[in-house]
Design a protein. Structure first.
Length: 270
């Protein structure tokens, strides 16, 4: 995935790997991986070349949200799997493995619970709602993309404790105050950060609003293209401002994905 982000062209990547693989067995393994997932990699390269994965910064909040919506609506048509995780290489089995690893990390971090109610900000195609449904009493997924939510509804239609909501991306307005034990955002905060500090601050305030006392706010990836130290400092400052304790910060708990995690906990009083 990272090599594709650098090259944005499958043939160029293949030539580079062929030139180098004789000197390193790991490069040979990458060549085999590329051959095995050639179709998915070509789809990702096409998405990158069209600009559907890295949109230009917009001038206003409205433009930024509209651009993010366009990105999601376009990318999910190209590949449901790649639209929510480029590192899946467009492969459903790889995406399922990576999603299960996220569930395992949530379990090890102590945020699952059969009596708990949870919300996923930016649920996409529902790839995490499906494996997590068995671990919660109630699970809500929100997203700004109708096409993403259509895919999520198809995937979760047999899960009675899963609720899906279309939002405008500006707040968590449809969710009642003090109604949740966990809010999690997986690879979603970078789009809010891209839209400016006001939207990030609104979402931190909204998460504090919808969580019960001692409820958890879990973030995997806060921003793209910045130092981990800068992100950790910013998350800590936001946590302090909006009444959260920092339980975990700047951790890399995954084997299949390079996501960086933060676990915040709402205080008893705000």
């Amino acid at each position: 995935m990272e090599l594709l982000l650098d090259c944005a062209d499958v043939e160029a990547l293949r030539r580079e790997l062929r030139a180098l693989e004789a000197s390193d067995a790991r490069l040979e393994a990458l060549s085999l991986l590329l051959e095995r997932h050639d179709g998915g990699c070509r789809t990702i390269a096409r998405m990158l070349q069209s600009g559907s994965e890295v949109p230009d910064a917009a001038q206003t909040l409205e433009e930024s949200i509209a651009e993010t919506l366009r990105l999601f609506e376009s990318s999910v048509q190209e590949s449901e799997e790649a639209s929510v995780a480029l590192y899946s290489l467009g492969d459903a089995e790889l995406l399922a493995q990576a999603s299960e690893e996220v569930v395992q990390v949530l379990d090890s971090w102590g945020v699952l619970g059969h009596a708990r109610a949870a919300l996923e900000i930016g649920c996409g195609i529902g790839r995490l709602l499906v494996p997590l449904a068995a671990h919660f009493q109630r699970l809500v997924g929100i997203d700004i993309s109708p096409r993403m939510l259509a895919a999520a509804r198809r995937r979760t239609q047999s899960l009675p404790n899963v609720e899906l909501l279309l939002t405008e991306g500006r707040s968590l307005e449809p969710v009642a105050s003090g109604s949740l034990d966990l809010v999690y955002a997986v690879d979603v905060m970078p789009y809010l950060v891209r839209s400016g500090p006001a939207l990030v601050e609104t979402h931190f305030a909204e998460v504090a609003r919808v969580l019960r006392p001692c409820g958890d706010f879990l973030i995997f990836n806060y921003a793209y293209g910045r130092s981990r130290e800068r992100d950790a400092e910013e998350v800590r400052a936001l946590a302090t401002r909006f009444g959260f304790d920092v339980v975990r910060s700047n951790e890399a708990p995954f084997r299949l994905w390079n996501g960086i995690g933060y676990l915040l906990r709402r205080g008893l009083t705000r």
